[in-house]
Design a protein around this ligand. Structure first.
Ligand code: SF4
Length: 249
């Protein structure tokens, strides 16, 4: 069965009545190999990885390897792969860091993080989702205003497939309690004053900071609060979305 925006709308209330685990189980059974999980190795996606490892370990789990992730994140990835018995697939930008610097100047992120995220995260995600039926993310409503507007199951208009956010209504405390009960690790940086962990140049400690909530410390000094992966609705080339200058090669 091919899912459409109408299918999602027709089944939303029924599916949103499920628990998070039940929704994951439903998605794994319904979409099979057509479903992928995007992980950032944040606490919520670790919980989803744990469920997937137990329910359908052959499910494709990928992460956006910008070339700028912390070594602590890679160490966590290796530990989780070993503990859960699953593989995670790096999805990389078409431009290497050197090629991006040649085209856009050095350290684009320090001058204008929006096109940098577009080149190193949004476009690689777009390529990765081509041909898939559904993708799953670990976003939660309390993380940001953008995320609070999401649904547990929705139609991803930008990429043209179903998007599932099973943990949308969970709190960070609920996630932490589940991970602790399972004896699963989190990124060691979260115990060192980082509230959310992204790329090295765009993530700083946020201890004692009142503003920014759960994503404080990301893109410090810029109004930007999201990398663009969960922004909705957008279409390629619409206003506000950087053009894929470097992705034509
Ligand atoms: S988080 Fe920063 S370094 Fe990473 S892709 Fe976005 S702007 Fe570039």
């Amino acid at each position: 069965m091919n899912w459409t925006p109408e299918t999602v709308a027709a089944r939303r209330s029924e599916l949103e009545a499920l628990s998070a685990e039940e929704l994951v189980e439903f998605a794994l059974e319904t979409f099979g190999d057509g479903l992928v999980l995007a992980t950032s190795f944040g606490p919520q996606t670790i919980l989803l990885m744990d469920w997937i490892a137990r329910l359908r370990p052959q499910t494709e789990v990928f992460y956006l390897d910008t070339g700028l992730l912390f070594e602590e994140t890679h160490a966590l990835r290796r530990e989780l792969e070993q503990r859960l018995g699953i593989r995670t697939r790096p999805v990389t930008p078409l431009l290497s860091l050197e090629e991006q610097a040649e085209t856009f100047g050095s350290e684009l992120w320090s001058r204008d993080p929006e096109p940098c995220c577009f080149l190193r995260k949004v476009l690689p995600l777009r390529r990765q989702l081509q041909g898939k039926q559904a993708w799953m993310s670990g976003i939660r409503a309390t993380q940001s205003a953008d995320r609070a507007a999401a649904s547990m199951i929705e139609w991803d208009e930008t990429n043209g497939l179903v998007k599932l956010n099973p943990l949308l209504d969970w709190t960070r405390e609920q996630i932490d309690a589940r991970l602790e009960a399972r004896g699963l690790p989190v990124n060691s940086l979260l115990k060192q004053g980082y509230r959310s962990v992204g790329c090295r140049p765009c993530t700083v400690r946020a201890d004692g900071q009142d503003e920014g909530g759960e994503r404080a410390g990301r893109w410090a000094g810029f109004a930007k609060t999201e990398c663009g992966l969960h922004r909705r609705p957008t279409r390629p080339g619409t206003a506000g979305e950087p053009q894929p200058v470097g992705e034509s090669r």
